[in-house]
Design a binder for this molecule. Structure first.
Ligand SMILES: Nc1ncnc2c1ncn2[C@@H]1O[C@H](COP(=O)(O)OP(=O)(O)O)[C@@H](O)[C@H]1O
Ligand SMILES: [Mg+2]
Length: 365
């Protein structure tokens, strides 16, 4: 079986690395000549402006999936005419648009921060008067790592919001006082089996994920609720593969933020910290194979390497540290790798995390 992956970034690279020992072939479709997938496996260089090339590539795949959620949904739908695409392009199209995504959450009675669609200047004023300030204005499509967002408070000049609106329609959300940020990764197999990973606690710096800790330190009720939410979404969309749901803990409440229709950075810890990783489970699911245990092996922390690579030898001297480099040239704000550490108990884990963090010199901008 040959699995096609749309996108050639590190997520695609880790999917390829997970597929190989299962005896499954992979091929990526990626615009850039040098990409993380090209370093480890078959990669066709092609853009979204070359539908013929894309169609031709997909004809050599038994099933097509994606690692990049901004791949144009209509192109993915074209592929689905002749090849199984998992997860379904309908799910992709919904999740690509923050407004559809929030409405889907509302339909499933999953709480979110109050929001309003913003199509023009009047909508900005209405949202500012109807919601509790400050607000976060976000582009409906294309945003990632905190890009495409503007915060606006009472009395602020709305010029920055208007500039953002010039790029396309927006959504306005109430900016919440976050107690913590968490996420949950879930996977649904072709036969409808669903499994969820332990809830992960996430720390962001400058809008970019810095550190993920599993399991999250949250009340059992929150843990159960998070897993129920992602399960409900997977069922509703008849989704096949891995999905991540990012959430906010505000006091004792859990609010959904956004979904990712793919493997997720906050699930990288599962490579060493869970029985079967998110990457292997995604590959298994899209290949129509049985999915495996999502149980935690030991408490695990992942630290992202952003804009700079620490001395590999120093990382390797930390007992139990796993270095993952994606083969990308370091540039400010660019994710170039991650380090994972596990330990049997929290004290040992914290010592290892401190050792890792003392080596990490991320360059965020
Ligand atoms: N409604 C909100 N209230 C408070 N913080 C928010 C809100 N929405 C987003 N954020 C902060 O901004 C970060 C990025 O926003 P997010 O919606 O996840 O977009 P992205 O697609 O860039 O990840 C979040 O991880 C969180 O830290
Ligand atoms: Mg996010």
């Amino acid at each position: 079986m040959r699995i096609g992956i749309l996108g050639g970034g590190q997520l695609g690279q880790m999917l390829m690395l997970a597929a190989y020992p299962l005896g499954l072939e992979t091929t990526a479709y990626e615009a850039k000549a040098f990409s993380p997938t090209a370093l480890v496996g078959n990669t066709t260089i092609g853009t979204t402006e070359e539908p013929e090339k894309l169609r031709d590539w997909s004809m050599h795949c038994d099933v097509v999936t994606y690692e990049w959620e901004n791949f144009p949904a209509p192109l993915v739908a074209d592929i689905a005419e002749s090849r199984p695409v998992r997860p379904d392009p309908v799910a992709l199209a919904k999740i690509q648009d923050r407004l559809f995504e929030k409405r889907l959450l509302a339909d499933l009675k999953i709480p979110t921060s109050p929001f309003r669609p913003i199509d023009n200047k009047d909508d900005i004023e209405t949202a500012m008067s109807e919601l509790v300030l400050p607000l976060i204005f976000k582009t409906r499509t294309g945003g990632y790592d905190g890009k495409g967002q503007v915060v606006s408070n009472e009395g602020d000049d709305i010029q920055a919001v208007l500039e953002l609106l010039n790029t396309g329609p927006l959504i306005a959300e109430q900016k919440l006082e976050l107690t913590k940020e968490v996420s949950v990764v879930g996977v649904r197999a072709l036969d409808g089996t669903i499994k969820t990973y332990p809830v992960t606690e996430n720390e962001h710096r400058n809008g970019i994920l810095h550190k993920s800790t599993a399991p999250a330190s949250v009340a059992p009720g929150i843990e159960a609720e998070a897993r129920e939410h992602v399960t409900a979404i997977l069922k509703h969309l008849e989704y096949i593969g891995v999905m991540a749901l990012e959430m906010f803990v505000v006091g004792d409440r859990l609010l959904a933020n956004e979904m990712a229709p793919r493997v997720h950075n906050s699930g990288h810890w599962t490579i060493e910290g869970a029985e079967i990783s998110q990457f292997e489970n995604h590959i298994r699911a899209v290949a129509g194979l049985p999915i495996g245990s999502t149980e935690l092996i030991a408490p695990t922390v992942m630290v992202n390497l952003v804009g700079a690579i620490p001395d590999p030898k120093s990382v390797m001297k930390i007992s139990g540290a796993h270095l993952h480099l994606y083969g990308k040239e370091p540039r400010p704000g660019r994710k170039v790798g991650h380090i994972t550490v596990s330990a049997a108990d929290q004290t040992a884990l914290q010592q290892r995390v401190e050792a890792v963090e003392s080596l990490v010199n991320n360059v965020l901008q």
